[in-house]
Every structure is written in C-alpha cells, then in structure tokens.
Design a protein around this ligand. Structure first.
Ligand SMILES: Nc1nc2c(c(=O)[nH]1)N[C@H]1C(S)=C(S)[C@@H](COP(=O)(O)OP(=O)(O)OC[C@H]3O[C@@H](n4cnc5c(=O)[nH]c(N)nc54)[C@H](O)[C@@H]3O)O[C@H]1N2
Ligand SMILES: Nc1nc2c(c(=O)[nH]1)N[C@H]1C(S)=C(S)[C@@H](COP(=O)(O)OP(=O)(O)OC[C@H]3O[C@@H](n4cnc5c(=O)[nH]c(N)nc54)[C@H](O)[C@@H]3O)O[C@H]1N2
Ligand code: SF4
Ligand SMILES: [Mo]
Length: 862
C-alpha cells in the first residue's frame, strides 16, 4: 500500500495508520490492514485525523514571555535557569512534568537528564493521573509492571468483564474486537455506575455504587472459593498466598452483603457469578473507573487476585487487562518516566542506582523517588520547587483542583513549556515556550496497551521553527554541560541506547528487555515493523519476583461515606467519544465536534426535578474546590445522587464546562493517583436573561458572557451563548461588514447577519423568550451569497432536518435513522447500515444506533 505507515495520535489501542499526503498540510488517512492492533480499522477520532493537521493555532517560534526569540536564546535561558536553580537550591528544587503523549525517545532523554544528570527524581508525568494505580498494582502482584494480556486474548475469550471502562468511546477499536467475539458467542458484563454506550447489547450491566469495586471483586472471589473454582494447583505452583488471606477475604463477602454494599440486585450479582463460573476464558479489562480512585491500587489488586486465584492468567483468552489511555502511556513506563521508578523498569534500589549511573556515565544519580504530580504542584505552591519544565501536557486543565495548580504555576519563578499549540490554558504561566513538532511531523516509537512497539513516522516536514521534543531536551542537556552524553543525532540513536539499558545487568530478572533491538541499524529502525516485547508473559507460571511467584494481596473494601448535606451529590468525570482531553487537536475538527457540541452535566431526571433543573437549561456544579456552569442533560443512565461532566472544555473553548476546577486533590496512598471519579458536589439551576448563538467565518475572541462555548464548524466557528445583559458587547465585536438586522420586541429577540461583498461572514441570533432555529442551515450559508432571508434562520420552503448527526462518516442524522427504521421496519444495526450506510465505516456510532433501535422498540411496546 502506498503512503507512510504510522500510528494513531490518540489512544493506547495504538492503531496502525497509512497516511498519504495530498497537499502541503493535508493527508488521506486509512487504517493499516497490516497492523496487528487494528487490522485496518479506525474509530471516529483516527478516521478524522486528517481534519486536524492544519497549522491553525500552532506555536511556530520559541517565545520568551510574549516575545519571539531565537532557539539559541530560548535554550540558553532554560539551561541557565535550571543550572542556577540547582546550584543555589539543590537538585530537588527543579522538576519536569511530562506526558504519555511524548514518544519513547523524547521520554527517555527527559528521564535521563533529570535522574542521571540533574540528579533528582523530580520528573513525573500525567500518567500519574492515568495509569499509576495499575502500575502499583502490577508491581505488588507480579513484581514488575507487566500487562499480562494481548489483543489476541480478546479473540479467544468467552467472557469479557469491563470494569470502569467506557471502551465503546475510549478504546473503540478494542471494543469492536470484543463485540466481534461476542457475535461469535462470547459474553459481556459491564461494571460501571453509569449506563454508558459500552453497555448497549451487553449481557449484564452492574450499575454499582461508585467505589464499591473491591467489595464486588472480593465477593466474587469468595464465591469462587466456596464453589471450588479456585485453581489450587496454580496457586501451589505459582502464587504466594499470605497467611490468613482467605479468612480476611471471607468476612462480609456473602452475596447479600455484597449486593447491599454495591447497591445492585442480588439476582444480577448471582448472574455475574454464574457467568464467571461458566467461562474460564475470562478477560477483565479495566481503566479509569478503577485507577482514578482513592483506593485505585487496591481495586487493581482485587482484580488481579481474582485472576491469579482462578488461574485465569498466562493462558490464551484469560487475563486481567489494564488498557492504557494515552498513545505512549506504556512507553513512558518503560523508560521510567514516573517519579516512582528509576529507569527501564528498575526501582531505586542502591544496586540499580549504581548500575544506571554507570550505564549513563553520569556525574550523579537520583537515589530516591521524586515528587508525584499532586505533591509536585504542592511543592511548587510552597516555593520548594523553583523551576519547572512542562512537556506535552496541560496541567492547568487536567490536574485535580486545577485552580490551585494555576495559582502554583503563577507563583513559580521559572516555567518552561514545550508545546505544539500557541495558546493553551498553561500559556499565561510560561516564561519560555518551546515549539515542538506534533503528530505527522514526529518520528520515533510508541508502545500500546498490549506492549507492542510501533513506529510513528513523519508525513510532513517540521513547520516554522518547531523542533522534535528529544532534540529540545538534549539541546538543554548539552547547554547544561553534558554535550557528550546528549550527543544524539536521530531517534534511532536514542532507541538503541534505551534498548541497551533494558538489557544492562539484566539476567532475566526484568521482563522488560529489548535485547533483540540493541544493535538495530538506522535503516532497520526506519523500516521497523510493530513488535511486542515480553511475549506471552507469565505463560510459564513464573513471575519477576525473588521467588518467582506472584502474590495475592489482601485488600478490603473501604467504608463508603454517606453524602454531606452541603455537598449532596457525587461528581463523576470522564470522556466523550469524539474529543481528546483538552481538545487541542480534536477541537479543530468540525466533524468530531458534532457528537457533543457543549459540555453537559448529566443528571438523573428525579435529581433534576429535586434541584429545579430543566433539560437543556444551565446549571452550576460546585465543589469545595470550585464551580463551573454546564448545560443540563437528563440521563436515566445516571444513578441517583451522581452527576457526570466531561473533562475536555478549557478556557480556550468555553466560559463553562471547566471540570478540572472541581475534583479535589486527594490521592491513592500507594500510587499517588487522584480520585477523579468521585467528588462531593452541589448543583443549582442558573437562568440567564437571554440565549443565543453566533456563527462566524472569522477568528474572534470568545464572547465575554455567562455562557459561551465554541466548536469548529465547516468554514468557521459556532458559539452557543447565554447571558445576563452585556449582549451589546458581543454585537460590537462582530466582524465588520454590511449588517442586516431584525428585532422582535415581544420576544426580546435580535438577529444580525454580517455580509461582506454580499457573502455571509457572521450571524448572531439572540432571544429572551422566543425560539432559536437549528444551526445547521445557517452554518451551511457561511461564505455564500446572503440576503435578509437569512434572518428567518431557515431556508424558504420545506427544510429537511436531519436531527443530531449520529454517523459522522456518512452524515446520517437521528431523524433519518428513525424515519428509515419506521418505514422499512429495520431492527438491527446491520439493517440500518444497509439502508443508510450509517455505522459501516469507522463503526464508532454502532453502539448509538443500537441504543436508538432499543429505545424505538421500547417506545413501540410501551
Ligand atoms: N474519546 C476519547 N478516548 C480516549 C480519551 C479521550 O480523551 N477521549 N483519553 C484516553 C485516555 S488518556 C484514557 S486514560 C482512557 C480512559 O478511558 P476510560 O477509563 O474508559 O474513560 P473514562 O470516561 O475516564 O471513565 C471510564 C468509566 O469509569 C466509570 N466509573 C466511575 N466511577 C467508577 C467506579 O467507582 N467503579 C467503576 N467500576 N466504574 C466507575 C465512569 O462512569 C466511566 O464511564 O481513554 C483514552 N481514550
Ligand atoms: N477530572 C478529570 N481529570 C482528568 C481525568 C479524568 O478522567 N477526570 N483524566 C486524567 C488522564 S487519564 C489524563 S491522561 C490527563 C490528560 O490531560 P493532559 O495531558 O493535560 O491532556 P492533553 O490535552 O492531551 O494535553 C496534551 C498537551 O500536549 C500538547 N502536545 C500534543 N502533542 C505534543 C507533542 O508531541 N509534543 C509536545 N511538546 N506537546 C504536545 C497538546 O497541544 C496539549 O496541549 O487528564 C487527567 N485529568
Ligand atoms: S481506537 Fe481510535 S483513537 Fe484509539 S488508536 Fe485506534 S483509531 Fe486512534
Ligand atoms: Mo489517561
């Protein structure tokens, strides 16, 4: 196949892509049929990557403050400030905060510079917020951070248990692989307090009380013991069982107690136990519903205990499977980018420190773990850390209690940021900004959930003065005085060194070992095919612990607290299908923006009634840390007492929807991972004087009013608006041109269209008591010849309203699907696909179509 083989920019599924440039900054994106992670499939985000590779919003030159600077000046400044700070206050007075969105080569150089040359453990990563409980759980059970599963296990499993994972949205290609196996008879159980699209068509959904996962898993394990399902031979050969493990386990683990703790029906729980008993080939996939908890590590070990005790590990089709979030979350763990590990899966044991120091030929070495993310920002706030370098992450949005993180950043004497975008929520705090190359320009490797290393390759030259992250870091290392140790000329140089370190003094005690790649030549590196390290780990029943045995770790359910009167609700936070984190890339795509145009607070209808909220209205979510506005969406899939908000919206996108301000910065005691999924919260309605929207073909500052959320639309930007007074200010900021206006005093409505050369550049519709038209038709008029007829908001004559778009690939709306379902009596997702093509390309919308069919069927019967 012509084109460049590379890997998707987004999630840890790690799909292979074939990208063919079709212009200076345009490319055709297709799934790579030869890549074992996806066999040619891509989800909606991967499919629409091509819409996000323009240069809009990019940082293209180094900046010192608000001034453009040369690379020499910017790099010298960073090197000098770090060197001076270390000289005056010691190595622990500086820190790097990095990201699972760096390539392995970037990550390796950053870790080496901090731990081996600056000599501090203070490099932590956003993986702390993401995978660190899984890492800690793996190390406790297996002795090393090893994910004991592969995607081939998905093709062989008979039962899938998805715990705290919305895979239909967050790991869609893995989810489709699971569904394909279910079509062949496998069973699917989903454990999530919310009814997500992942639950559509599942055999069982257990909407457990948040935070009760340990009770559930321990209950199942106790049941397995009573039912004779514990694999005594496997335990005898391969697992160390602590004294009294079973005695402590069995307290309060009878079916009824567990059902009560988890707040699920005993009959559903029994069904789960039966499914588990009947299907030894079980894969349990878990993600942030497990990791992002104040007991995340214990929750991970509860799952690992279950698999170890029943011998469902190390065999094809049977494994616990921690699926990774970011494209290179796993690569970061391999290089040792977490403050809690040294390098190459080694901890800070004195012999490891000595070995790594010798290997690097470094003047010093970190001898103890550095500060974990939450503590790191606290240390900045307290003035203990005085120079910080942030790379490829946006802590002003994504850290818990992000308002406090902003205050800390504002106080930090020196902040350098390596970024691809010019303006992020961190920009105001940066003393120096270093322009990095982004996806499509970068070159190196990433490791996916199943330990498969794949190449990311460039399809475009670096734009402007952007440079690769590894180059930026090694230039600073060089300027700090270590020219020879940071003399890399290409990613292959770094990869070879990384592979060599993995084998250094490694007599098989560390499974992470890239021995096959220590001598890889530059040409081979260029041509490298995806490969998995560690193979079928644990197939021989041996584990990387001193005695070769895995460990059962006694864990118990923490008591669950009743809500407080002042904070009667629990806030759960997470992701939307078509947005990626702080939207710096996905926010550029008009298609991806259609799935959810605004940040919603999803509320159970009875809670909404109790708090006086209306569907489609606005509400303020507050917590002890902060408050933000959201659009209300009634959701029967939400448990009572709990609300859900998305993590994606930032100051760039919106005045509201600022989820990052809300969670508290409490963390799991073992991993230091924040408990993002449950924050005590309160909710109140907010009724603005007016509502409206603005569609503009020209860039303009986000309107300053109570509610202004921005999304990309074809040919421009759409802002949804609401406010109390102040509308004149927005009006005055509209692009210049010929104005056509209409006013309806009875309804308090005002409509403006701005034309230039007879063509539409902007419309602003606003009303106090009236209706607002659908936005689609007006968006389609941007750039077209316009007249006063625009102010009707709809075309003359009958306008086909497709309804909200369900299938992005073929532009199929809800109303089209309902019409076809009604007239052609369609009952399956396949039939809808045959009739309308919906769901037949990337397939990300198939769970949504399944839900529409179910709801339609229920409506017909109800
Ligand atoms: N579309 C999209 N995909 C992504 C990303 C993205 O931004 N957008 N980000 C990527 C990254 S970095 C990550 S880490 C992954 C995250 O992938 P996921 O972990 O699947 O996503 P989340 O939405 O964070 O949360 C998963 C689910 O945990 C549930 N949950 C909350 N509390 C509990 C609990 O106490 N117990 C249980 N069992 N479940 C609970 C939530 O209701 C939620 O549905 O997604 C990756 N993929
Ligand atoms: N409330 C709540 N908060 C959460 C979570 C949650 O579920 N709930 N989830 C947490 C999780 S799991 C994660 S992973 C984090 C994610 O949170 P962040 O890491 O803050 O998310 P991103 O928006 O992806 O930030 C990446 C930044 O790096 C830039 N960038 C992209 N590619 C490159 C590159 O190659 N080089 C450089 N130098 N820069 C680049 C992008 O422009 C962007 O600004 O959020 C965490 N925060
Ligand atoms: S599942 Fe989607 S976002 Fe994740 S790697 Fe594959 S195409 Fe990219
Ligand atoms: Mo993540």
């Amino acid at each position: 196949m012509a084109g460049t083989r590379t890997t998707c920019a987004y999630c840890g599924v790690g799909c292979g892509i074939v990208a063919t440039p079709t212009g200076a900054r345009a490319a055709e994106i297709r799934g790579d049929p030869g890549h074992p992670a996806n066999h040619g499939r891509l989800c909606s985000k991967g499919t629409h990557l091509g819409e996000t590779i323009g240069l809009e919003g990019r940082l293209l030159h180094p900046m010192i403050g608000r001034r453009r600077a040369s690379w020499d000046k910017a790099l010298d400044l960073v090197a000098r400030r770090f060197r001076q700070t270390v000289a005056e206050h010691g190595a622990d007075s500086v820190a790097f905060y990095v990201s699972g969105q760096l390539l392995t080569e970037d990550y390796y150089v950053a870790n080496k510079l901090m731990k081996g040359f600056i000599g501090s453990g203070n490099i932590d990563t956003n993986s702390r917020l993401c995978m660190s409980s899984a890492v800690a759980g793996h190390i406790r059970a297996f002795g090393e951070d090893i994910v004991p599963a592969s995607y081939q296990d998905l093709d062989a499993a008979d039962l899938f248990v998805l715990v705290g994972s919305n895979a239909a949205w967050c790991h869609p290609v893995v989810y489709q692989r699971i569904r394909a196996r279910c079509d062949a008879g496998a069973r699917l159980v989903v454990i999530d307090p919310r009814r997500t699209e992942t639950c559509e068509g599942a055999d069982l959904h257990l909407a457990i009380r948040p935070g009760s996962d340990v009770a559930l898993m321990n209950g199942l394990l106790a049941h397995c013991r009573a039912a004779g399902l514990v694999d005594e031979r496997y335990l005898a050969a391969s697992v160390a069982v602590p004294d009294r493990f079973w005695d402590t386990l069995e307290q309060g683990c009878d079916l009824w107690s567990v059902a009560r703790t988890c707040e699920v029906e005993a009959a559903d729980l029994r069904r789960f136990y039966e499914l588990f008993a009947q299907h030894p080939r079980t894969v349990t996939l878990f993600s942030q519903g497990i990791n992002q908890s104040l007991r995340g590590t214990d929750q991970v070990n509860a799952i690992l205990n279950l698999h170890l005790a029943t011998g469902r590990i190390g065999r094809r089709g049977a494994a616990p499977f921690s699926i990774t979030g970011q494209p290179n979350a796993m690569g970061g763990r391999e290089v040792g980018g977490l403050a809690s590990s040294l390098a190459a899966h080694m901890d800070f044991a004195p012999e490891n420190c000595a070995n790594v120091k010798r290997f690097w030929g470094s003047p010093t070495i970190a001898r103890k773990p550095g500060l974990k993310a939450v503590d790191l920002f606290r240390a900045i706030d307290e003035g203990r850390i005085k120079a910080l370098w942030i790379m490829a992450t946006n802590p002003a949005v994504s850290m818990p209690d992000a308002g406090a993180v902003r205050a800390a950043l504002a106080r930090c004497p020196f902040v350098a940021i390596s970024e691809v975008m010019a303006e992020t929520d961190c920009t105001p705090f940066a003393h120096v900004r270093l322009p990095a190359t982004g996806w499509g320009e970068k070159d190196g490797t990433v490791t996916n959930s199943e330990r498969r290393i794949s190449r990311q390759r460039a399809i475009f030259p670096a734009p402007g003065e952007a440079r690769h992250d590894w180059w930026i870091i090694k230039e600073v290392g060089r300027r700090m005085g270590w020219a020879d140790e940071f003399a890399y000329s290409r990613p292959a140089d770094i990869f070879r060194e990384h592979a060599r370190l993995s084998t250094y003094q490694n007599d098989g005690q560390r499974l992470f070992d890239l021995a096959s790649h220590v001598a890889i030549g530059n040409a081979e590196y260029e041509a490298m095919s995806p490969f998995r390290w560690g193979g079928d780990a644990f197939a021989d029943g041996r584990f990387p612990t001193p005695d070769g045995r895995a460990r059962l770790v006694p864990v118990s359910q923490m008591p669950l607290q009743a809500p407080l009167a002042r904070w009667p609700l629990t806030l759960n936070t997470g992701r939307y299908r078509d947005q990626w984190h702080s939207m710096s890339r996905t926010g550029l795509s008009p298609r991806l923006s259609r799935h959810r145009e605004e940040p919603l607070v999803e509320v159970h209808p009875e809670d909404a009634a109790a708090f006086g909220l209306t569907d489609g209205g606005l509400a303020r979510v507050s917590t002890p840390q902060g408050a933000s506005l959201f659009r209300v969406a009634l959701a029967t899939g939400q448990r009572r007492g709990e609300v859900f908000t998305p993590i994606h919206w930032t100051d760039r996108q919106s005045t509201g929807g600022r989820t990052g301000l809300l969670p508290r910065s409490l963390v799991d005691p073992h991993s230091g991972q924040p408990g993002f999924k449950s924050t005590p919260a309160a909710l109140e309605p907010v009724t603005p004087d007016w509502r409206g929207f603005l569609i503009t073909a020209e860039a303009m500052d986000r309107p300053a009013c109570l509610w202004a959320t921005r999304v990309a639309v074809p040919g421009g930007t759409l802002y949804e608006l609401a406010g109390n007074g102040g509308a004149q200010l927005i009006d005055a900021r509209l692009p210049r041109g010929e104005r056509i206006e209409s006013v309806d005093r009875a309804r308090g409505s005002h409509r403006v269209a701005v034309l230039r050369g007879g063509r539409l550049v902007a419309v602003l519709f606003r009303t106090e008591r009236g209706e607002l038209p659908p936005r689609d038709w007006l968006i389609g008029q941007l750039g077209a010849e316009g007249s006063a007829a625009l102010l009707a908001g709809a075309p003359p004559g009958r306008h086909e309203d497709r309804g909200p778009i369900i299938c992005l690939c073929f532009d199929v709306g809800l109303k089209m699907i309902l019409a076809a379902v009604g007239s052609q009596q369609l009952t399956t997702v396949e039939a809808v696909g045959a009739a309308l093509s919906a769901g037949t390309n990337c397939g990300s919308c198939r769970p949504a179509i399944r839900r529409i069919l179910d709801e339609n069927r229920n409506a017909a019967h109800g």
